[in-house]
Ligand binder design. Sequence first.
Ligand SMILES: Nc1ncnc2c1ncn2[C@@H]1O[C@H](COP(=O)(O)OP(=O)(O)OP(=O)(O)O)[C@@H](O)[C@H]1O
Length: 507
Amino acid sequence: MSDLLRIEGLGKTYPGVVANADVSFAIRPGEIHALLGENGAGKSTLVKMIYGLVRPDTGRMTLHAQAYAPTEPRAARASGVAMVFQHFNLFEALTVAENVALGMENPPPMKTLSARIAQVSGDYGLPLDPARRVGDLSAGERQRVEIIRCLLQSPRLLIMDEPTSVLTPQEVAILFATLRKLAAEGVSILYISHKLEEIRSLCDGATILRRGRVVASCTPRDKTAGELAEMMVGSALSAPARQPGAKGDVALEVAGLSLASPIAFGTALKDIRFAVRKGEVLGIAGVAGNGQDELLLALSGELRTAPGMVRIGGKDAGALRPTQRRALGLVAAPEERLGHAAAPDMTLTENALLSGALRRGLLGRGGFLRWGQAKDFASEIIASFDVRTPGPGAAARSLSGGNLQKFVVGRELLQSPSVVVVNQPTWGVDASAAASIRQALLDRAAQGAAVVVISQDLDELLEISDSFAALNGGRLSAPRPAQGLTVEEIGLMMGGAHGMEVAHASA
Ligand SMILES: Nc1ncnc2c1ncn2[C@@H]1O[C@H](COP(=O)(O)OP(=O)(O)OP(=O)(O)O)[C@@H](O)[C@H]1O
């Protein structure tokens, strides 16, 4: 069968960075093709060229054996190429059907559209009510809105950029069933993910990029996840090593923490209590949207609490602002890296200064900024966390997603913290960099910090946690020792509400 999409010698260079060089590969009709590569390898740039968001400097593409050079996404869509992004582009106050209509060039009347959405949702096993407000939907349901929007255009090629990072294992199973059905109908799928086991179960072929170039192609199910990771990185991976040590005094204590959510459609925290000792890692599991963001804000000081609810190093911190909590040794890295954790248009040096000023002594007498030291700090983060960028003068937004994540986490961990709070520390980070971030968290604990890791990734949490709790509907289960905890027990802690444990056990 002839190829659906052929890419020949595609190249794209940004100032100081070759994002893609001489990339060639092909996708057959009905093939689910993975694009693999470590952070910054050039995956997003490549799919943006296919979707008409970025113009290649060199090379050419053919679609259905016709020359294909989209100048904008609208042209790509007209040729049958659709894309589901990592970040959803939806209006929370509008309904599913209204959101779908907004993304269409010529939307039909709302009643017809709702009927079509209901039909596609039924045909492809993607449960979704067209009349529901997007603000009330889970991440998985929001993604279904985007997918259905694409499917209504009957695409020939569907591009998905890290689609499972926000999904529960059960939602992943639903998504995969849909993608397999689409493939069986002849739709080709180009699939970017760092989750190698998922790639092995889903994809028929894979192209592996390293530093912008194709270094290998393979059939993923013929390889182990470890072999795939090694092909991406070019060397063997090492698993994080723990240094079991005695736990010290309680460094962070939360008691009776109840708080309304300041976030639209957020989750209120309800009577949360836990204590973390020096040297201990507390893993908090849960599906995003169950109070994770609110808990991080309440710990970082962006939200203030009543007296006695948050104590850092024995001191009541409820009324303290973020800088005052930093002075007590607490650092925090939120999940949303662009905008919240990092200012997109500022350089890495400026971003290093934003959070590191106090603890790294970047503020001189009289409040003047020590730019030289700020630049050195940014360079130290880049070197220690292997952030791939031309240098500290690069704007945060020019970094690939995973590299910005490494920078944000690195910036906090290099401030000699006594308490570390991170939400989704390895979100969008490739397997080898994720292993280094987990190691860095364990190292901080070994040096005596109390570490709280909030994550959706159960394997990650079980790998690094000493104690384990689950967040569900704004309530936290009582923390338990992580060692020996079974997936069934975790399921009970999670209240069984989200089916996370069920799908995990069968994955
Ligand atoms: N608009 C831009 N300006 C400057 N450099 C850019 C721009 N977009 C991408 N780059 C650089 O191009 C390289 C490839 O980035 P790309 O986002 O394609 O990587 P990726 O493989 O998708 O990474 P990740 O897995 O982290 O998402 C990176 O070094 C990145 O910093």
